[in-house]
Design a binder for this molecule. Structure first.
Ligand code: 6PG
Length: 470
């Protein structure tokens, strides 16, 4: 086997990395894998078709397995582990070799690594990959950024292993610099928002309206057959009927209500704040993960305050489920709108040169936020590439407006029942603010000027004014 030459190599043979390699083997590629864990290397060689894959625990031996100029993907945890993996490879690489970080790196790390490696004559691309372990095995959504010429080198591989819709592979060059990791970060922010919204609707229907798990399963399943059709709705319906193998009942009911996070949602909020772009649904989702983790404090506080009697019991279930479906549709659209708005402004700020229709297109298959409503979003941006915000699209406005009254009614019931619907109410408030020609921030400007002489503009005259309020 000494003449074995891999088309590309991959560092990090965890389940994602191994699955990506097996996917590439199915697509006809010869692959090499590196991991410090010999058992993972053995698993790759055992699971791959004969003669298609070789692994190693030794960096030098691994690098020699890859055809020159080399293309090596990194699928290791974001942060220091990625820097360590690069530093380990570096002495064995040659000018012209290409490293592709396919992990969930922070975009600023990708910018730093591009500069660092380009200085050494190496090429470096940051690429988002979404779809979890199954996606990696059978077709993820791939979000590459960086130099276009570098993308051309990996394009045949990415287009072969990516998920496909009837419009082609869910892989396309998205933009310059760290665009790939930036888009993946915002993808994850949207993912946080959608997941939180689904959880709030589940809470409302279960906690306040008293629907049981089976009724909820049927409801989510039927919604998934309509305009809410999406990966997250599909897995929610599935989870809502999944038995606990350790005892009676559903597994879902046995799971602690403390959500963890690896940081991509928080990064989205942080950078949106830096740019001054409002994404309150995603902020609320991040806040709810934080709140969920404070279990002991929540338990202590719950003993001190009485909750109102759930308001929804006795309400017509069909009417309620119609409202919940409309509210989810409204809030899903609102969440994508926020994420895409952030991408638009970040592209301008950082020179990514993003095309939002292409991004919506590459999210249609393979990734966690794939959803039927992305077709409408794609059409909206394809029809009007300069569209400032999704809410301004004629195609979207009618659908959004149609779902607003039901959302208001449902939220009123949530408030009266003491059910925290932070993401849903943030989305509605965002919509109400976006669609208000006049906001009460005139008062904020007056306060700023009153206590700090910060000045203000007037509605009736040009210029900047100050007043002695005292
Ligand atoms: C994907 C996911 C994935 C992410 C998990 C967990 O697109 O496949 O976004 O990249 O790591 O969803 O993220 P949290 O641990 O932050 O929830």
């Amino acid at each position: 086997m000494s003449e074995f030459k891999a088309d590309f190599g991959l560092v990090g043979l965890g389940v994602m990395g191994r699955n990506l390699l097996l996917n590439a083997c199915d697509g006809g590629f010869a692959v090499a894998g590196l991991d410090t864990d010999a058992a993972k290397v053995a698993a790759l060689e055992r699971e791959a078709p004969a003669g298609r894959a070789m692994g190693s625990t030794d960096t030098f031996a691994f690098v020699k397995l890859v055809k020159k100029p080399r293309t090596i993907l990194l699928l290791v945890p974001a942060g220091d582990a990625t820097d360590r993996a690069i530093a380990d490879l570096l002495p064995h690489l040659e000018a012209g070799d290409l490293l592709v970080d396919a992990g969930n790196a922070h975009f600023s790390d990708t910018e730093r690594r591009m500069a660092w490696l380009n200085n050494q004559g190496l090429h470096f691309m940051g690429t988002g990959v979404s779809g979890g372990a199954r996606g990696a095995r059978f077709g993820p959504s791939i979000m590459p950024g960086g130099n276009r010429e570098d993308y051309e080198r990996v394009r045949p591989l990415f287009e072969k292993i990516a998920a496909r819709t009837e419009n082609g592979p869910c892989a396309a060059w998205l933009g310059h610099g760290a665009a790939g990791h930036y888009v993946k970060m915002v993808h994850n922010g949207i993912e946080y928002g959608l997941m939180q919204l689904i959880a709030e609707i589940y809470d409302l229907l279960k906690g306040a309206a008293g629907l049981d798990n089976h009724e909820l399963h049927l409801l989510f399943r039927s919604w998934n057959e309509g305009r809410l059709h999406s990966f997250l709705m599909e897995i929610t319906a599935h989870i809502l009927q999944f038995p606990d193998t350790e005892g009676p009942g559903l597994l879902l009911d046995k799971i602690q209500d403390k959500a963890q996070q690896k940081g991509t949602g928080k990064w989205t909020s942080q950078h949106a704040l830096d740019l001054g772009i409002p994404i309150p649904t995603i902020d609320a989702a991040v806040a709810m993960r934080g709140l969920s983790a404070l279990k002991q404090q929540r338990l202590a506080a719950s003993a001190k305050y009485e909750k109102p009697v759930p308001h929804l019991s006795g309400m017509d279930v069909e009417r309620l489920s119609g409202q919940a479906e409309a509210a989810l549709y409204f809030a899903f659209l609102g969440t994508y709108a926020q994420g895409l708005h952030l991408l638009r402004e970040a592209s301008r700020e950082k020179g990514f040169d993003l095309d939002l229709a292409t991004i919506a297109g590459s999210w249609r298959g393979g990734c966690i936020i794939r959803a039927q409503l992305l077709e409408d979003i794609l059409s909206a941006y394809a029809a009007e590439p300069g569209l400032q915000h999704l809410f301004l699209s004629e195609r979207i406005a009618g659908q959004l407006a149609g779902a607003v009254p039901a959302t208001r009614e449902l939220l009123q019931a949530a408030v009266r029942s003491g059910i925290p619907a932070m993401a849903l109410s943030a989305t509605l408030a965002y919509f109400d603010a976006w669609t208000s020609g006049r906001l009460p921030l005139n008062l904020v400007q007056a306060q700023r000027d009153c206590f700090g002489e910060h000045s203000y503009e007037r509605v009736d005259r040009e210029g900047v004014f100050r007043t002695n309020w005292h």
